[in-house]
Design a protein around this ligand. Structure first.
Ligand SMILES: Cc1cc2nc3c(=O)[nH]c(=O)nc-3n(C[C@H](O)[C@H](O)[C@H](O)COP(=O)(O)OP(=O)(O)OC[C@H]3O[C@@H](n4cnc5c(N)ncnc54)[C@H](O)[C@@H]3O)c2cc1C
Length: 373
């Protein structure tokens, strides 16, 4: 039997590793466009960008590990099309038949045309090469314009300040991270960045003049799932590749995992597509279980972490600004802090900042009654 995995990112690597862990002894072939073995992206906007860690630390496993586990990783090979009826993919290096196909093609940064057309050098951040290029460009006194106050924009802002750059962040919403956290907690992120000298310009769109005034521009306005292959093959796609709780697509022999998968989530009771590290690992494992016939529904509550300046934070849940009726908080955001988003007297999301002993308790609080105010 042959399992073919399209995408040698974290989700694809996790699926391959889990197949071997679960005793699957057939062939595993992983195709990846990038000229790298699978690596984790979170350090690219944190430790690697700050110069605290080398790129090598981001690799999931070294070459020897993949060889010992008989996983055939093909870096630099693109899957160009899928023939669902023949169960075969066409790649830039030839054809490959499969019994199971796992799509793990991830996502790519959304482009801002105005920035691409501007004379100022523009950076996006997705790959090792992007991270190293940006790290080289961040210098003391440089004027850095960041477009988008999402997770990546804010992490880059922190790294740019650490490098001594003058940083301006442009965001159309009234607060950074507003759509994820809601105003109560988002305000703390605005205060954090302003206290570190970031010129945070909220509630207005960036202009061509803003970009022209900068020495370099970083665009962090979100990512789009790479669904082109799936769509061309005729799989059901709507924002992401539609999958059930076992990660099965509309074709019986094809699974989709990681950033591209729009899962009918058994606990949340609706479709969610999660662009996070933990989801890529967990769905990779669940896909392996589906392939070996263990059928373990992927029901983890979405989880995310970030590091900015001295703040380390974890968040469990999937809510958005309209999904809760109040927020209960404890502590001080610049010290140890906890927050619970509550709807109908049930915790729908929870976070801790700089309070690492609280992780298990906060994760477990989702779905429970909130702490008293
Ligand atoms: C800079 C950065 C920082 C992040 N920080 C955090 C964080 O702090 N916390 C967190 O939870 N999440 C974070 N994330 C998100 C997290 O990294 C992603 O959710 C995760 O990488 C998704 O894994 P994936 O395998 O689905 O996709 P990807 O990591 O995007 O991997 C997909 C791979 O598939 C390849 N591919 C695509 N199409 C083809 C094809 N046709 N043929 C062959 N190969 C193909 C791509 O080249 C890519 O290498 C961050 C992301 C970035 C970019």
């Amino acid at each position: 039997m042959t399992v073919v995995i399209v995408g040698a990112g974290l989700a694809g690597a996790s699926a391959a590793e889990a197949l071997r862990e679960r005793g699957y002894d057939g062939e595993v072939v992983v195709f990846g466009v990038e000229e790298h073995l699978p690596y984790e992206r979170p350090p690219l906007s944190k430790a690697v960008l700050l110069g605290d860690k080398e790129v090598d630390s981001a690799y999931v496993h070294d070459d020897a590990w993949w060889r010992e586990h008989d996983v055939d990783i093909r870096p630099g090979v693109e899957v160009q099309s899928i023939d669902l009826a023949a169960r075969r993919v066409v790649t830039s290096a030839g054809e490959q038949a499969y019994d199971w196909l796992v799509l793990a093609t991830g996502s790519e940064p959304r482009h801002l045309r105005m920035a691409d057309d501007a004379p100022t050098p523009v950076h996006y951040l997705r790959t090792v090469e992007d991270s190293l290029a940006l790290k080289n460009a961040l210098r003391a006194g440089n004027r850095v314009a960041i477009v988008g106050a999402g997770w990546i924009g804010l992490e880059v802002a922190a790294a740019a300040r650490a490098a001594g750059a003058e940083v301006t962040v442009h965001e159309t919403a009234d607060l950074p991270l507003l759509a994820v956290l809601g105003p109560e907690v988002a305000q703390h992120f605005a205060d954090l960045h302003r206290s570190h000298g970031v010129d945070l310009r909220l509630g207005s769109a960036v202009t061509a003049d803003d970009l022209a005034e900068a020495d370099l521009v970083v665009v962090g306005i979100g990512a789009a799932p790479r669904t082109v292959l799936a769509e061309a093959a005729g799989l059901e796609v709507d924002d992401g590749v539609l999958v059930d709780e076992l990660l099965r697509t509309s074709d019986d022999h094809v699974l989709a995992i990681g950033d591209i998968a729009s899962e009918q989530h058994p606990v949340l009771g609706r479709r969610v597509r999660v662009e996070h590290w933990d989801n890529a690992i967990g769905q990779g494992k669940a896909a392996a279980a589906t392939i070996i016939g263990a059928a373990e529904p992927y029901d983890r509550v979405p989880y995310f972490f970030t590091d900015q300046y001295d703040l380390g934070m974890e968040y469990w849940g999937h809510v958005g600004p309209d999904g809760y009726d109040r927020v209960v908080t404890r502590g001080d955001f610049t010290g140890a802090f906890r927050a619970w988003w509550v709807r109908d007297d049930t915790v729908v999301a929870a976070m801790q900042a700089n309070d690492w002993d609280a992780s298990d308790e906060m994760r477990a609080s989702v779905g429970q009654a909130p702490p008293s105010e």
